[in-house]
Design a protein. Structure first.
Length: 132
């Protein structure tokens, strides 16, 4: 599991990553983020999003369209319908506003990993409809 952020990590995301031992990768562009994530082969990637997250949405699209199934959770500090809509259009498997519900991030990751265990059958490959 890799948490990827283009800006300073949101406090709850940072704390959650540290508590759970999730590697946190700070990247400056969607291209760099995709390279880093692809080289680590996680089943779930957390991508921090905000109003000015064009690169974050581009990263989510790249992960959606890539050859390996990497589910993404778009992580926002506070809920914003426009950001959630943009993240889902980009291909995010899930969306969590961490300030609204503490613990929700861990629940979202656990649910995606459970689904991955039951649907991927270890292949790591998928068709165009591999989104949750």
């Amino acid at each position: 599991l890799v948490a990827v952020v283009a800006q300073d990590p949101e406090e709850t995301l940072l704390r959650t990553a540290l508590i759970n031992g999730w590697p946190l990768r700070r990247v400056t562009s969607a291209r760099e983020g995709y390279r880093r994530i692809a080289s680590e082969h996680p089943r779930v990637a957390l991508v921090q999003v905000a109003g000015d997250s064009a690169d974050a949405f581009a990263l989510i699209r790249s992960l959606r369209d890539g050859p390996r199934l990497i589910r993404t959770v778009a992580v926002a500090a506070d809920h914003d319908e426009g950001i959630e809509r943009s993240a889902r259009i980009a291909g995010a498997s899930g969306y969590v506003a961490v300030a609204d519900c503490p613990g929700t991030l861990e629940q979202a990751v656990a649910a995606l990993l459970l689904v991955a265990d039951t649907t991927d059958a270890g292949s790591g490959l998928r068709g165009r409809n591999g989104r949750l």
